[in-house]
Each structure stands twice: as C-alpha cells, then as structure tokens.
Design a binder for this molecule. Structure first.
Ligand code: HEC
Length: 171
C-alpha cells in the first residue's frame, strides 16, 4: 500500500516543483572533467580524514591533510609527501617554485576554468590553510575553545565547497 502511495505521489508531483539548474556551466575537455571530478571526490575523502582525525583528537593529522591535500599547490605537495619529503623541506621547495615561476595559475586544470572559479579555488585553498594553522596551533590537552575554533575554521572551508557548487557545474 505504501509503495502504491509513493508511486502515486511521484507521478502527480508537478515537474515545475523541481528547480531549474541555473548554475554557470564550465565547458572543459572530457579528460579534464574526469580529472577535476576525481580531485573533487578526493576532497570529500580529505574532509572525512579530517573529521576522523579531529574525533581522535589528532589535530596535527587534521592540519596535515588540510595543508598538503587542500592547500595552495596541494597536488605538488602530495607528490613531494609521497616521495618522503618533510613538511619544512616542502615549504622551502614550494617557496622557491613560487619565486621562480610565480603563483601556480594558468597551469594544470586552472587554464580551462573561468576566472571566478579559479578565484573561489584560491579562497578554498586559503580557508584550508587557515584551518591547518588553527588546528596545528592547538596545545595538549585541547580546550573547549580550541575545539570551537577548529570547527569554525573547518566550517569556513566547507562553506567555500558549497559556494562553488552552487555557482558552477562542469560539462
Ligand atoms: C572552486 C570550486 C569548487 C570548490 C572549492 C569545491 N568544489 Fe567540488 N565541485 C565543483 C564543481 C564545479 C563540481 C561539478 C558539479 C557539477 O557539474 O554538477 C564539483 C563536484 C564535486 C563532487 C562530485 C564529484 C563527482 O564525481 O561527480 C564532489 C564529491 C565534490 N565536488 C566535493 C567537494 C568538496 C568536499 C569540496 C570542499 C572540501 C569541494 N568539492 C570544493 C567545484 C568546486
């Protein structure tokens, strides 16, 4: 009976009640789209790793994920992390690269993206790095105030995910 009621509800639901998708379309080559969405799914995993680390009270681990997998130049940082480079060495390497080549715009996927999306991407990296800073400055034992600050910074990062998703879609 329930099933029939549900089927009925679905058929009579006016189609207009579904909102039109008025997000800005970003047209990219299909292999770029696949790479982009794969990176996005990775970001959801990163959020999961961060929340798991926070639930274990491991603020350093949460900061590590945010900085190396979501911060500025995270793709390069991840490669260097996998090569066994230490955080300080990576920081120094990234600084040298920036001085030599300028900020990483115009290369990689960025060159297919509209400026507004790239800018939101920068905001996202900035929010993630801010979270990393807040999380890594927590002393042991953490205070309720520390937790509050850490979750505020995390929420500010997720805000940027949401803002970008409600503005753009890729095709
Ligand atoms: C600068 C813009 C931007 C930011 C920041 C951003 N995303 Fe996305 N994300 C997109 C776009 C555009 C899509 C494609 C949406 C579409 O076409 O419907 C997407 C798609 C996704 C998808 C779907 C992937 C798939 O396989 O279809 C997931 C999951 C996702 N994002 C997670 C995240 C998470 C988690 C964050 C933050 C930690 C984040 N994104 C931050 C732009 C962004």
């Amino acid at each position: 009976m329930k099933k029939i009621a549900m089927a009925l509800a679905l058929t009579v639901l006016p189609i207009q009640s579904v909102h039109a998708d008025d997000r800005q379309v970003v047209n990219v080559p299909s292999e770029i789209k696949a790479m982009f969405l794969e990176e996005m799914r990775g970001h959801l995993d990163n959020l999961n790793e961060i929340t798991l680390a926070l639930s274990a009270g491991d603020f350093e681990a949460a900061a590590f994920v945010a900085k190396n997998k979501m911060g500025f130049g995270h793709s390069m940082r991840e490669i260097l992390v996998n090569q066994g480079m230490h955080e300080a060495e990576i920081d120094a390497f990234m600084k040298r690269m920036r001085e030599k080549h300028g900020p990483g715009q115009g290369r990689g996927m960025g060159r297919f993206m509209p400026e507004e999306l790239t800018m939101m991407g920068q905001e996202f990296h900035m929010a993630a790095e801010n979270f990393a800073e807040v999380a890594s400055s927590v002393q042991s034992p953490p205070t309720p105030e520390d937790y509050k600050n850490v979750f505020t910074a995390l929420s500010e990062t997720i805000d940027v995910c949401s803002a970008c998703h409600s503005t753009f879609r890729v095709e």
